[in-house]
Design a protein around this ligand. Structure first.
Ligand SMILES: [Zn+2]
Ligand SMILES: [Zn+2]
Length: 88
């Protein structure tokens, strides 16, 4: 069973590119790491849709991007402790 990853607002599907940048300057594909910066370890609660790649620019909760979640993956993601700070 595969998991579909798509923007919950416009249904844009990430193509595997490194479109997300952290406040530490790292640029990576956030869906490879479940929203966690591989450089500084910051857990991003919300994920932005990427307008220059065809998306809508809106922010959505990272988990909302996953559709048809496998049970094990859902458990895995629920284990992530999300900091309460805002992603601004
Ligand atoms: Zn970072
Ligand atoms: Zn979108």
């Amino acid at each position: 069973m595969s998991t579909l990853i798509a923007c919950p607002k416009c249904a844009w599907q990430p193509d595997g590119g490194a479109y997300w940048s952290c406040s530490c300057g790292c640029v990576w594909n956030t869906f490879n790491t479940g929203g966690k910066c591989p450089s500084c370890g910051k857990q991003w609660k919300n994920t932005q849709c990427i307008p220059h790649a065809g998306g809508c620019r809106e922010w959505s909760p990272h988990l909302s991007w996953y559709h048809d979640l496998d049970d094990w993956l859902e458990e895995e993601l629920n284990d992530i402790h999300v900091p309460i700070e805002e992603d601004t």
